[in-house]
Design a protein around this ligand. Sequence first.
Ligand code: NDP
Length: 246
Amino acid sequence: MLKDKIVFVTGASRGIGKAIALEMAKNGADVAICYSSDGEAAEAVCTEIHALGRDAQAYRCDVSDYQQCSDTVKAAIAHFGRLDVLVNNAGITKDNLLLMMKEEEFDRVIATNLKGAFNMMKHAGAHFLKRKQGTIINIASVSGMMGNAGQANYAAAKAGLIGLTKTAARELAARGITCNAIAPGFITTDMTQQLTDKQRENIIATIPLKRMGQPEDIANLAVFLASPLAAYITGEVIKVDGGIYI
Ligand code: NDP
């Protein structure tokens, strides 16, 4: 479905980003990935992709840093020759109740989850514009659509990411570039490992499908959105959440 496409996935050393990188490769893509701290895990993802017969390259890049994003996009284009798809997946949580939330907790989450996507969209977007084609997929969250107690910073960043997605879709459509967001519900990754058993039980009780999602549930939709089958879809926010926000 993605034969010889070049896909860049941020935050792909583990979790949802790793699943997206692997699923893209299984469908014929070569993959550039970035990570912030765990180089060994990122190299292991590249090894798995090489075993699938596709090219892969890992870059250390803090997506909240504008210059690092510029350098990394340039390095990936130099290695792969071009980019076709950008997946903004890198994200963090620093949960706290609004009135307890430290300024640093708010700023860090906005810088990574929202400004990080802006940084990558600016640098990869300029390349897409020149080529008059490109696909951007932003990993948002149902928290950004419905709010979530304890996640003022995270929900604000993800709501902002949805606004960024819709604006980019409008601005870039005439240049042959699509931009969509995926809004996951609760997915089993390190991010949700922080939940206690009791919290997990309470959450599952509110999910109509009565289970947490798997990273592959998100990756499958990312592959579809990156493929020619989704060529006429832009500006959409698609939930993959087991029905938690119907
Ligand atoms: P994980 O915590 O499992 O993985 C996060 C990934 O992002 C890691 O690869 C990490 O790299 C990378 N990362 C973190 N900060 C930065 C940074 N500043 N620059 C570059 N990379 C960075 O998260 P998930 O897989 O669970 O989440 C992936 C995305 O999906 C996030 O945007 C998250 O908000 C979203 N999401 C997740 C949900 C869930 O239930 N899990 C629900 C809804 C949305 P490293 O290991 O090197 O630090």
